[in-house]
Design a protein around this ligand. Structure first.
Ligand code: FCX
Length: 435
């Protein structure tokens, strides 16, 4: 049976030719104008990056290699007795564009389990972090430190040819994904005093091991939740801060560990991945202010007070999406199936009925609908993982899948160092006035 690396080696030459051909024939054509508003507006809507794993449609949401979330839930291999897709399969799909077999996915689980150990000095580094250091900062430190054993950095120092970059980059990306559960598990146990980190079980899948490292593997529904969670958080096209940062830093031929640490630092921002922590904090504050089982009127008043205080409603709005995030819907489906009577889920559903109307009435947000972060925390809390400042770490474990897949292809296709042109205000004014 073919390994992922062998399949990739077959796919790369044709893809190199495709890119060459498209650049030769269309290289001087425009792919859209650049508006002055986009320069000041966070580059919204500016098509400026190649990202192959996924594409985000404002109305329909994410497609992974052309497939929607319900499609991948249906098509990708599952664990024995499970009904959620295994993230191993999603990674295969992101890298190759092909749906893997059950045996290929099982081989990936084994491969990652075999690569999962982290160096002792990284364990010590984490053990020395004060529990008051945010879990995302600890996560980023540890991932940066993995660069110590980077196959790519070593190969580069030894003068590897450009044509061979993708091989060592692939090895680093596999190591990166494989080692994240041990890092995340250690942070969780250190920060929240949850005892010794258990060993990886090489007979189990990635998500089971992640759940076990956190101490929740005996709850089968939690393991299923993690399989879904990692799958849907893996990739969201290339323009979001974490994906973009990883690609940008990787383009300097910083190895995948350094590149992904940059992704994590971006994900740690409250407008991006940290929003899943913020949502839970916001819901808990709401409960302490207006009590549980509050009326719609009381919830409305609380939402308005958030806006009047100059704060955003966390978990709502999106830079690209203009409808309810299908990642939100997938998690809502999971909640309806597994925890329909959970009081916090009921509050999340009540908020879902109220917030969009208020954001529309307030008239600022271009998208009043919920995003992925509005729902993830309530699911984790239900199973007892209620340490909200850990939530973004799980988002980070998942995001590695999408960033890694693109880093491999960027090295395979010889992506050049990213270097867009920046202009000063005065240059801009001169240009627009004289054109
Ligand atoms: N609550 C209140 N105001 C909001 C809002 C919200 N949920 N969403 C957008 N707005 C405001 C913006 O702050 C902006 O105000 P300004 O004109 O005073 O600067 C205005 O509406 C227009 O913003 P808009 O174009 O709709 O949104 P942006 O593309 O600028 O920003 C984010 C998108 C996601 C940053 C924004 O909607 C937000 O802050 N949401 C809350 C935080 C959040 O949930 N982030 C997670 C997003 C995502 F899923 C992820 O990356 O993980």
């Amino acid at each position: 049976q073919q390994t992922l690396k062998e399949r990739l080696a077959e796919l790369i030459p044709a893809e190199i030719e495709n890119v060459k051909a498209v650049r030769a024939e269309h290289g001087k054509k425009s792919f859209g104008p650049v508006l002055v508003d986009q320069l000041y507006g966070g580059m919204r809507g500016l098509p400026a990056l190649i990202w192959d794993g996924s594409v985000l449609d404002p109305d329909e949401g994410i497609r992974f290699r052309g497939k929607t979330i319900p499609e991948i839930q249906d098509l990708l291999p599952k664990a024995p007795g499970g009904s959620e897709p295994l993230p191993e399969g999603l990674f295969w799909l992101l890298v190759t564009g092909e749906v893997p077999t059950q045996a290929q996915v099982e081989a990936l689980s084994k491969d990652w389990a075999a690569r999962a150990a982290i160096p002792e000095f990284v364990e010590e580094l984490l053990d020395r972090c004060p529990p008051t250091l945010h879990p995302m900062s600890q996560f980023s430190l540890a991932v940066t430190a993995l660069n110590h054993d980077s196959t790519f950095a070593k190969a580069y120092q030894q003068g590897v040819s450009k044509k061979e970059y993708w091989g060592p980059a692939f090895e680093d990306c596999m190591d990166l994904i494989a080692k994240l559960p041990n890092i995340a598990g250690r942070i969780y146990r250190n920060v929240y005093g949850q005892g010794k980190v258990p060993a990886i079980d090489p007979t189990k899948d990635y998500s089971w091991n992640m759940a076990n490292l956190l101490g929740f593997a005996e709850k089968n529904d939690f393991v299923e939740l993690l399989r879904l969670y990692i799958t849907i958080h893996s990739d969201h096209e290339g323009g979001n801060v974490s994906a973009h940062a990883g690609k940008l830093v990787g383009s300097a031929l910083s190895d995948p560990f350094l590149a992904f640490a940059a992704s994590l630092n971006g994900l740690a921002g409250p407008l991006h991945g940290l929003a899943n922590q913020e949502v839970l904090l916001w819901l808990r504050k709401m409960q302490s202010k207006i009590g549980e089982n509050a009326t719609d009127e009381a919830v409305k008043e609380y939402v308005w007070s958030t806006l009047k205080n100059g704060q955003v409603v966390p978990g709502y709005g999106h830079a690209v999406l203009r409808k309810t995030d299908p990642r939100y819907s997938a998690q809502r489906e999971f909640a309806l199936k597994h925890l329909p009577n959970d009081p916090l889920f009921k509050l999340v559903a009540q908020v879902f009925n109220i917030v969009p109307g208020i954001l529309l009435e307030a008239g600022k947000a271009k998208n009043p609908w919920p995003n992925v972060d509005a729902h993830s925390g309530v699911l984790l809390t239900h199973y007892g993982l209620d340490q909200m400042n850990f939530y973004t770490v799980l988002f980070g474990v998942s995001r590695a899948f999408g960033v890694a897949a693109q880093l491999i292809w960027d090295r395979a296709l010889g992506a050049r160092m990213s270097s867009p042109w920046s202009r000063s205000y005065l240059t801009l004014i001169y240009h627009v006035r004289s054109s």
